[in-house]
Design a protein around this ligand. Structure first.
Ligand SMILES: Cc1ncc(C[n+]2csc(CCOP(=O)(O)OP(=O)(O)O)c2C)c(N)n1
Length: 311
């Protein structure tokens, strides 16, 4: 069991009212992730999954700043990234369940998705190296487009991250690294596994660094706007460390954190706080997204298995 002193928890400010579009996608992601955990507990899903419960606001804040020509490199905790980019819960659930209509014919599953300029990988650190290669192409042939990479704090334990940052800075490539620092790497608190800081690591390569500590979509988007612009127009790679919290287990039932820590995180969760702050707007939107996701689960579960036809 992890000691509670080692696990980061956040104290959030009062939430600000969100436009319907942002609230809807936040809630879609939340209900999608809860539905997955429920499906697992009923034995209706195989393999594994990592939900982004508690971290939904990050892609919701960032993606309106991106264009279709920008690449997104997601990681093992990527359902929110996919849903915020494509608003396609049917395709994603079909992929995870191996049903017809799956984004990658059901061979990628929860962690390995490829669609247009969106790729996810379960291999920690892999995506940053690939993103640097893609960003080199973008700079040479499609200037004005960027490569965004989502990694966790624990992924700074991978050497490929450092090799990639080195080249990104040396070649002045349009790479934005979004570090979703939830204070945990599987069952190890970051404080027990990382010497020094992410800021100092970025500085070692001369890469720009920003730290943001807000669960508020509008505030986070405002902070990210100038950073994205720097990457896009000035070819300056940037690291943004978003301090966040993982509400759920690492995967399904594997939570090593003390119950009081998880409870503290739940008390601070945006979902609970938003419900309290804006009950009328929340209840209508929440019910709509809950029903939408329930329909998706019903509809996709009834589909035949996806067939992989090699070409
Ligand atoms: C190269 C590699 N090593 C180990 C793993 C197993 N693994 C999956 S997630 C994870 C922890 C990741 O922590 P972090 O980067 O902080 O992301 P988080 O899970 O907190 O979102 C580990 C060790 C992996 N997927 N890839």
């Amino acid at each position: 069991m992890t000691s509670s002193a080692n696990v980061q928890t956040l104290v959030a400010a009062e939430p600000a009212r969100l436009p319907a579009e942002d609230l809807d996608i936040l809630l879609m992601i939340r209900h999608f992730e809860l539905a997955l955990l429920e499906l697992f507990s009923q034995g209706r899903l195989n393999g594994t999954t990592h939900t982004c419960l508690g971290q939904e606001h990050i892609p919701v804040a960032l993606y309106p700043l991106l264009s279709e020509g920008d690449y997104i490199f997601s990681n093992h905790r990527g359902h929110g990234h996919y849903l915020a980019r494509f608003r396609d819960p049917h395709g994603l659930l079909a992929e995870i369940m191996g049903r017809e209509g799956a984004v990658c014919n059901g061979v990628g599953g929860s962690q390995h998705i490829y669609r247009d300029r969106y790729l996810s990988t379960g291999v920690q650190g892999q995506s940053l190296a690939v993103a640097v290669g893609v960003a080199l192409h973008l700079k040479r042939a499609e200037a004005g487009h960027i490569a965004v990479v989502h990694i966790g704090d624990g992924t700074w334990g991978e050497g490929a991250v450092y090799e990639a940052l080195n080249m990104a800075q040396l070649w002045e490539l349009p790479v934005l690294v979004v570090v979703e620092n939830n204070g945990m790497a599987q069952s190890t608190p970051t404080k027990s596994g990382m010497a020094g800081t992410i800021e100092a690591r970025a500085a070692a390569f001369g890469v720009g660094y920003h730290r943001v500590e807000t669960p508020d979509v509008g505030e986070l988007r405002a902070e990210l706007t100038a950073v994205v612009d720097q990457v896009r127009t000035r070819f300056r790679p940037q690291v943004v460390e978003v301090i966040t919290q993982r509400l759920g287990p690492h995967s399904k039932g594997d939570d090593s954190r003390p119950a009081e820590v998880v409870e503290r995180i739940a008390q601070n969760d945006w979902y609970r706080r938003y419900r309290q702050a804006f009950p009328e707007q929340f209840e209508v939107a929440d019910r709509a997204q809950r029903l939408t996701v329930a329909d998706v689960v019903r509809e996709v579960s009834a589909r035949p298995e996806s067939r992989w036809e090699s070409r």
